[in-house]
Design a protein around this ligand. Structure first.
Ligand SMILES: C[S@@+](CC[C@H](N)C(=O)[O-])C[C@H]1O[C@@H](n2cnc3c(N)ncnc32)[C@H](O)[C@@H]1O
Length: 296
């Protein structure tokens, strides 16, 4: 069993240029000002003889450094194991990931695509599968299919009569995955629905499928996250799980200057989930952030 860690490509994410351990050592305190634009960190003094020229020892004790929140966001980014340089992320991946040959080959194929980074974090896909298995899930929603790695992972966790309903706007990339679904003998369990996912989910509701799904993995366009949430709250049964991927958005949730629609939508969803009494919530710093909503 191999791990899909940095498999044959150069990680392209610049977030790890400043290592997190350095930040953790230096950051004794921090705060964001009213408009959230700056973070002041008080660094501990560096000791006798190592201060700036003309600096008194007492001045060396505490040095105020101002970082932009964009910088902090980059430092804090949580990355998928295949893009992370964090040795603990690599260690946990090396000591946990278990995939079939077909799953590994599908991921390898995906890594060769220009948008390889859309592949779900392997550790998230495995966690989803373990949750589905443990809860005895039979019917799963996979919103955002891409090359089909999350759908395959879910299908492998289902009993023979289980169903994954896999929703995507286009079948262009989905078709790349079908061969691997067949190799693992689960192609019959995966039902692909092409079109805007909000329409497909509404169609499921209109058809009377409310409360019949056990698990939903939401990994498509962020501006629709809230609509997917409300629709999945109808479709997934009580005690079921709605899992949102990318809920730290590569650290961008921390940067208030980032007002792109995806960042705004994810921040809004995170606040909503925090306060939503319809669910129990776990917000995990795994992959690019995974929010697990356990429906009451
Ligand atoms: C991040 S990828 C999904 C990755 C996949 N879950 C995996 O683990 O490998 C996001 C997918 O969402 C699809 N998508 C984007 N907007 C959509 C929409 N409005 N409706 C349905 N699918 C959409 C894209 O075509 C893309 O394939």
């Amino acid at each position: 069993m191999g791990v899909m860690h940095n498999a044959g490509f150069e990680p392209c994410v610049g977030a790890a240029r400043v290592s997190l351990p350095t930040v953790a050592r230096a950051g004794q305190s921090s705060n964001v000002d009213d408009d959230g634009r700056q973070v002041v960190m008080v660094l501990p003094g560096r000791g006798r003889g190592r201060g700036r020229e003309g600096e008194l020892p007492s001045q060396m004790l505490h040095r105020r450094v101002v970082f932009s929140t964009a910088f902090i966001a980059k430092m804090a980014a949580s990355l998928k194991s295949y893009d992370s340089k964090d040795p603990l992320v690599k260690y946990t991946a090396d000591h946990s990931l278990r995939f079939t040959e077909a799953q590994k080959n599908l991921m390898e194929l995906t890594f060769k695509l220009p948008k390889y980074y859309m592949l779900g974090a392997p550790e998230v896909l495995q966690l989803n599968a373990n949750l589905i298995r443990t809860m005895g899930g039979k019917k799963v929603l996979d919103v955002g299919v891409y090359t089909g790695a999350s759908a395959l992972s879910a299908a492998l966790a289902l009993p023979p009569d289980g169903e994954v309903h896999a929703l995507d706007l286009t079948d262009e990339n989905v078709n790349l995955g079908r061969k691997f679904w067949s190799e693992d003998g689960v192609a019959d369990k995966i039902h692909v629905h092409i079109g805007p996912a909000t329409d497909t989910l509404q169609q499921f509701i209109d058809e009377g499928q409310a409360g019949t799904f056990d698990f939903a993995f939401i990994d498509a366009d962020k501006p629709n996250f809230d609509r997917y949430y409300e629709q999945c709250l109808v479709l997934v049964r009580r005690g079921g799980i709605i899992a949102f991927d990318n809920t730290v958005l590569n650290g961008r949730v921390l940067d208030p200057d980032d007002q792109k629609p995806d960042a705004v939508a994810v921040r809004k969803l995170n606040k909503k989930l925090r306060d939503d009494q319809r669910i129990y919530l776990s917000f995990l710093k795994i992959g690019d952030g995974l929010s697990l909503c356990f429906i009451k």
